[in-house]
Design a protein around this ligand. Structure first.
Ligand code: SF4
Length: 67
């Protein structure tokens, strides 16, 4: 019997715990106040790397966010 594996990518912007980071226009990435997305799950705004959410066990789909 054939098997099919489906990989579902967990993206920061689709998680209910993510928020857009505070950013300044025209400022270099290394001195931006926050990353593009931050995680607020623990009650603090935590910076997120590009891959931080890929394997996160706390990822939850944001039911209200429109794509
Ligand atoms: S780190 Fe986990 S809980 Fe936080 S935004 Fe990413 S997937 Fe969601």
């Amino acid at each position: 019997m054939a098997r099919t594996a489906i990989a579902i990518k967990q993206s920061a912007w689709e998680c209910k715990w993510s928020r857009p980071g505070f950013r300044f226009a025209g400022v270099e990435e290394r001195i931006q106040p926050e990353t593009l997305w931050v995680c607020v799950r623990t009650g603090e705004r935590r910076r997120l790397s590009e891959t931080a959410c890929d394997q996160c066990p706390h990822w939850e789909a944001d039911r209200f966010r429109k794509n």
